[in-house]
Design a protein around this ligand. Structure first.
Ligand code: GLY
Length: 332
């Protein structure tokens, strides 16, 4: 798949996009008119960053089988964490420049409970550990060795997260040792997943962070308000892209606050992106931020700084992949 998926190619890749008018109207550009609000009230809705259709389907099936939204999201994200083809989440994630795969994750429920782990090594499912931090500790965030030890105490076992492909990629990177984040790399980065089921909103996210990052670097994904924010009275938002941007702007929190003030999910994401994008000077190449949001009535939206950001949407068991509108038309 090319780095920038255009809507035309999406139509080819995901023909269901054509027959999902409710989704199109509530998220995509409609020339010359404002999107009509479509209520998904009462439905189970799952959204995730990038083309994570399988994860969405697992989460939706889990909800259908009686699990709550948090456990359903954990199930969806766990699948991606185990997928060694995914180079930026869980096992198979690209290492830091010392050769360690270090993982960041967080989770939040509709009541404002939250948990996370960061700079965690050797554990395959940071999203499950984040859930344990949320429900089984008085804390919100555990880091490094403390996070790994806590995971072990909760029954997780040590796993080698560095795959052969990851080790080879590091060797290739060392030839130039240039720190150059690439927007939309391989069409995926963090998995952020938000959803509503039985009227309850929840969200989680998980990542191995930027490939070949400095040892100790932590991004937005374990930081409540940056990579994820959930409020049962307003909605949920999660982010992907260059974590430093979301950390400096608390973009997920901002989107939820805009929705609380009455903005639609798409408009809330657009305003949070604009805050960031208006200030970019010079090259935009390493400035991608993609946001997806869901309000408490199940309406959805997304927006990004640069083109090429897609997200998976599942409404009542039917999944589509949409391209978000972006602030800039080109990556330059
Ligand atoms: N968005 C993932 C990271 O920057 O670590």
């Amino acid at each position: 798949m090319s780095n920038t998926i255009k809507r035309r190619s999406l139509l080819k890749l995901f023909p269901a996009y054509i027959v999902a008018p409710a989704i199109i109207v509530s998220t995509a550009k409609v020339a010359g008119c404002a999107p009509a609000p479509i209520s998904n009230a009462g439905k189970t809705v799952i959204l995730s960053t990038w083309n994570n259709q399988k994860a969405n389907n697992l989460a939706a099936a889990s909800a259908q089988n009686g699990k709550n939204i948090i456990d359903s999201i954990v199930e969806g994200i766990s699948h991606v964490e185990s997928d060694i083809e995914d180079m930026s989440v869980g096992k198979g994630g690209r290492p830091d420049r010392e050769g360690d795969v270090t993982l960041d994750s967080c989770i939040m429920d509709h009541e404002g409970n939250a948990g996370g782990v960061c700079f965690m090594k050797d554990i395959e499912h940071p999203i499950q550990v984040a859930r344990d931090v949320m429900y089984h500790t008085p804390h919100v965030l555990l880091a490094g060795e403390g996070a790994t030890n806590f995971a072990l105490s909760r029954g997780h076992t040590k796993t080698n997260l560095l795959t052969e492909a990851g080790a080879k990629a590091l060797e290739a990177w060392k030839v130039e040792s240039k720190y150059k984040p690439i927007p939309n790399i391989e069409q995926h980065d963090t998995i952020g997943m938000i959803g509503i089921h039985d009227g309850k909103v929840g969200g989680g996210c998980s990542t191995s962070g930027l490939a070949f990052k400095m040892q100790g670097r932590v991004g937005d994904s374990p930081i409540i308000g940056a990579g994820l924010f959930v409020d049962g009275d307003a909605g949920a938002c999660t982010a992907t892209g260059m974590g430093e941007i979301m950390m400096k702007n608390l973009s997920s929190f901002l989107v939820v606050e805009y929705m609380r003030s009455g903005d639609s999910p798409t408009e809330a994401c657009r305003k949070a992106v604009k805050r960031v994008a208006d200030k970019i000077k010079g090259s935009k190449k390493d400035q991608q931020m993609g946001l997806i949001a869901l309000d408490k009535d199940g309406n959805i939206g997304g927006y990004s700084v640069l083109p090429g950001f897609v997200y998976a949407v599942t409404i009542d068991g039917k999944t589509d992949v949409l391209e978000a509108d972006s602030y800039f038309d080109k990556i330059e």
